[in-house]
Design a protein. Structure first.
Length: 362
């Protein structure tokens, strides 16, 4: 008569409440501690934790082609001891340990925290002495020669080759550019006093000059360069005066005249300035002067050379006569008797008289 041997078993993934020493049991359910596993009772038996000794949970992991990495399975190398790939996840490191006799340190390799797409680095076939490892865009590595020199170019002159190990000097130009080096840093800038040998062109909205004295060699200072079209803006020189209105000397476009005056405008003002007339102290010279719209006051006597009499006032009844060169004198007709004008050839003068000497007449 055939005998049937059975072991304890469950349809779930747990163990029986008590497994005796050496007693076998199998859990048919998946997951948990004992699912799909064969266990044997603890050496001390009873309620002690059984030992897992096998089951389909483990044999299923071996059911794939050796040498091929298979998900959720054991790693099986092929007959040559190879596996087709090894994956390390979540920035895990591939650790290469030093010799046991020297300690427990290692050299590790791991991926960056973020990778845009899959990339495989392919090592070169053979090592080359004295070169460094470089890669192309596809991750193919190669041994690349180390450069021993480089070329330096400039705006003028021929390129110069500098050998590594030489000193590369950055030299400025006196009164134009100065250089300095400190702490692995090269500073290139302008000196306190700058001389520009050629032309200087400044483009922008505002140019500020903060100097004590400004000297301009050019005898003609041109304002409004490049202005075109119908004239519309005043032009001239604005002088800032602190808390008082600024002074202006220039061309009033709306009046089509030169003006001297003051106003609240600034040096950045454009267009039609509102200028209050100011006083001009100067010597005027012209072949023809027209004074309109007012009177002349506060001046001294005008000499004949300037078209005047040299007198502040002329008495009633007087006439003006040139008794000396370039000087008009008032011949005063005052007195208590009637008189007439007499020209005396000997003295070349004109005077009043009431005496006739009976000389020669014709």
């Amino acid at each position: 008569m055939a005998q049937t041997m059975k072991i304890k078993r469950s349809t779930g993934n747990g163990k029986p409440s008590s497994v005796a020493q050496g007693e076998l049991f199998y859990a048919y359910g998946s997951g948990g501690t004992y699912g799909k596993r064969l266990s044997i009772g603890h050496v001390d038996g009873g309620g002690n934790t059984p030992e897992i000794i096998g089951g389909s949970f483990f044999t299923d992991m071996l059911d794939h082609t050796a040498g091929t990495l298979t998900a959720s399975s054991a790693v099986l190398v092929d007959s040559g001891g190879y596996i087709d790939e090894v994956k390390v996840k979540a920035q895990g490191a591939l650790k290469l340990s030093e010799a046991t006799a020297n300690g427990s340190n290692y050299v590790g390799l791991k991926a960056p925290a973020t990778v845009g797409s899959d990339l495989v680095y392919t090592l070169p076939a053979a090592a080359v002495d004295g070169r460094f490892l470089s890669t192309d865009a596809s991750g193919v590595l190669a041994w690349t020669a180390i450069a021993t020199s480089f070329d330096v170019g400039a705006d003028s002159g021929s390129n110069d080759t500098v050998t590594l190990g030489e000193t590369l000097n950055f030299t400025g130009t006196a009164n134009e550019i100065e250089t300095s080096v400190s702490g692995n840093q090269i500073t290139i800038g302008l000196p306190n006093n700058v001389t520009i040998a050629g032309n200087l062109t400044v483009n922008g909205t505002t140019t500020t000059i903060s100097t004590t004295n400004t000297t301009v060699e050019d005898a003609l200072l041109e304002l409004g360069t490049g202005t075109s079209g119908t004239p519309a803006n005043d032009a001239g020189i604005v002088i800032e005066r602190g808390s008082a209105d600024n002074a202006f000397f220039g061309w009033d476009e709306s009046a089509d005249k030169f003006v001297v005056g003051t106003g609240s405008f600034t040096g950045a003002s454009t267009g039609d300035l509102t200028v209050a007339t100011a006083t001009l102290i100067a010597n005027l010279e012209s072949s023809s002067v027209a004074i309109t719209g007012g009177s002349i006051t506060g001046i001294t006597d005008i000499t004949v050379a300037d078209g005047g009499t040299g007198l502040s006032a002329v008495a009633k009844g007087s006439i003006l006569a040139a008794n000396t060169a370039n000087v008009l004198s008032a011949v005063d007709g005052g007195g208590s008797t009637d008189k007439f004008l007499l020209y005396t050839a000997a003295s070349d003068t004109v005077s009043w008289t009431n005496t006739v000497d009976g000389g020669t007449y014709s």
